[in-house]
Write a new protein. Sequence first.
Length: 257
Amino acid sequence: MSVRLEREEPLALLVLDRPERLNALDTGSLRTLLAAIRELAADERIRVVILTGAGDRAFAAGADIGEMVEKSPAEALAFAELGQAVCRAIEEAPQPYIAAVNGYALGGGCELALACDIRLASERAVFAQPEVTLGIPPGWGGSQRLPRVVPPGIAGELLYTGRRVGAQEALRIGLVNAVYPAEELLERARELARQIAANGPIAVRLTKAAVRFGLEHGLEAGLAYERQLFAHAFTTGDQREGMRAFLEKRRPTFLGR
Ligand code: HXC
């Protein structure tokens, strides 16, 4: 099994699980991962997803180089499409995704983390887009998402050199939100996930949709979309419940409808 899905309602963990290859992603792993993301997207009981790597060395050391080496251009295109579809499925999922980066996040591994909404790192995390050192450009979105996450000049340096970035530098450049000792990382990710899951589930879903839409379509279109989603929230019981609970000085009980 190259990807494990663990349900801890209202959270789910997706674990890249091929530690003997530092969780390198081959076609089989990508297909399994895509199916799991789609399954979770359809499950309203799951409010937040944590993506992490098995073992204590890697999140994912990239796409499987052994599988890629002899690919034809058409096969390379299909492989890029599959990895991009996985990253897109994460962005389009209703749930926020937290990448818990517990070691190497290289190439395709870094690209997967970049598609997540939030990145947390262990002190052992190492990020890089080393594709150019292998004679290829990024293929799963690194050239597009890295400059949208860190300043473009920093992204350019990392993309053109393939240089590795440790956890503290990743924190400084805004690639990750926080750095924790390795043994604490997953529990900290769960804490953050539970904090998100305690909020109105529809509100969180609408907020993710608004953030993603605005990043892709610009401010004016994003604002128009935001106000439509805001109005939509007023068709839900959660809006009444959240506001009444505040006025009545009690905790809200959100039902997700
Ligand atoms: C296939 C990989 C792999 C990978 C590691 N392994 N990364 N196999 N694809 N991406 C395998 C190694 O071959 C080795 O297998 C085992 O995992 C353990 O790795 P070692 O190299 O022995 O470990 P270590 O010396 O500690 O070095 C760790 C490392 C190094 C720095 C992470 O493995 C490394 O540089 N890996 C490649 C990283 C990379 O370039 N990633 C980007 C790929 S391109 P054996 O059988 O020897 O034990 C990419 C493009 C995405 O991701 C877009 C595609 C369209």
